[in-house]
Design a protein around this ligand. Structure first.
Ligand code: ZN
Length: 419
């Protein structure tokens, strides 16, 4: 089902008709023209992208800013000169709710065990500190009702999702532990497979789905009301999740393999199966997952800049986390120089594709801001979010459709999962 289109093309015909009527019946022209002018003004304000954007409850399902809070001690109350996210730019971009990714890098912190758990706990503490220290800006939220309340008060709802199930340390009780700390979604694996769930990012994931423990984790998430996230999981894991989960399944930051053929993206069959659970695909804003051929070009650039990246890592005196940050800074600079720019229109191509496959009720947004080294050119930070609404309007999406895409669909899923 395609987006509903407004009959804007009727308008010039009405004007022509009014002028003709004025010539035929002198005296009525001016009045009718005034009415037309007023109507036009009303129509314009109704279709004003900014007012439509501001009215909608915008929910971004994924940013990696929690690691910046922890590793760089950034103050996101201020407008930062780097990165993609802070409270000032979030307000400017009309954002109402942000899911912060609680991401444990398994190579740096282990695929389980005390260090992985501590890394997750530290990020959770950093996110929870936002509303504690700045209640005028942030509200800690764990439900759709919390998000609606925060939006009504003009504040930003802060929510959390675990990216990769490393921190549950292969113990079922830890799912509830993280639920109790406020975590409301979890993806079983990031780019490294766990013993119980395959990842799309390594070789073992190609054949590994959920084992019995993995299925019990999904059932426990269903029981608690924690959303199951399929972003990053392998194809076999995806299918095991949709077959096991009794609640709607989400992809918090993924796109369509039919457009950009990378293992991280979803095939059309997967999108149909996910929609059948009542779930939502939240489209990522990262060029590598959006633009056909971009992934291959990035691999070539990675080879060209390998020495440069290595040198930056060696020159950084800090710990492993800071060395990774130094490598990413070089990548960020060089990708911008060497890779073709991708525009917000490409994000909407993916939204369009999902809408055509399964309708407008199963698509949302998951930027991955601060988790990627490069963004689309005209949606370079959260402040540019209205550009997405502009492009959706340009393509003929109605205000109701836009409300759903920006956050309404995810509010529905959260309500269903929490039931
Ligand atoms: Zn991710």
């Amino acid at each position: 089902m395609g987006p509903t289109r407004k009959p804007l093309q009727d308008f010039p015909i009405t004007i022509v008709f009014t002028i003709l009527l004025g010539i035929l019946i002198p005296g009525c022209t001016q009045k009718n023209m005034n009415q037309e002018t007023q109507k036009t003004a009303a129509e314009t304000s109704a279709a004003d992208p900014l007012s439509i954007h501001q009215k909608a409850i915008a929910v971004d399902m994924h940013v990696d800013t929690a690691q910046r809070l922890l590793d760089e001690h950034v103050d996101i109350q201020q407008q930062l000169s780097d990165g993609h996210f802070d409270a000032v730019r979030a307000k400017a971009g009309g954002l109402d709710a942000q899911f912060f990714s609680i991401w444990v890098e398994p190579q740096l912190f282990g695929g389980g065990g005390a260090r992985a758990m501590k890394r997750a706990d530290d990020q959770i503490a950093a996110v929870r500190a936002l509303p504690e220290q700045h209640p005028e800006t942030w509200v800690l939220a764990t439900s759709a009702a919390d998000i609606r309340r925060a939006a009504g008060e003009g504040k930003i709802a802060a929510l959390m999702g675990l990216e990769g199930g490393y921190a549950i340390d292969e113990q079922i009780d830890n799912v509830k532990r993280y639920y109790d700390l406020g975590v409301r979604y979890m993806s079983p694996a990031w780019s490294v497979s766990t013993s119980w769930a395959g990842s799309s990012g390594d070789d073992v994931g190609a054949t590994r789905g959920l084992n019995e423990f993995g299925k019990s984790v999904v059932r426990e998430m269903n029981r608690l009301g924690m959303m199951v996230d399929v972003s990053h999981v392998s194809d076999p894991t995806f299918w095991d999740i949709v077959q096991t989960s009794t609640a709607p399944v989400v992809a918090t930051h993924s796109a369509c393999r039919a457009i950009a053929d990378v293992p991280r993206n979803l095939t059309d069959d997967m999108i149909r199966a996910l929609a059948k659970t009542g779930g939502v695909v939240n489209v990522i804003f990262y060029p590598e997952h959006l633009e056909p051929g971009w992934s291959q070009k990035k691999k070539e650039v990675d080879a060209e800049i390998a020495t440069m990246v290595q040198q930056a890592s060696e020159a950084e005196p800090g710990d492993a986390v800071h060395k990774k940050m130094a490598r990413d800074r070089v990548r960020q600079r060089e990708y911008l120089r060497r890779l073709p720019p991708v525009k917000v229109a490409r994000i909407v191509d993916h939204i369009d594709h999902i809408v055509k496959l399964v309708g407008v009720d199963h698509v949302g947004i998951g930027s991955d801001f601060d988790g990627v080294q490069i963004t689309t050119a005209d949606l370079a930070s959260v402040a540019d979010l209205p550009n997405l609404t502009k492009e959706l309007l340009r393509r003929g999406y109605s205000e109701t459709d836009i409300d759903k895409i920006l956050g309404g669909n995810m509010l529905r899923v959260m309500e269903q999962v929490q039931r």
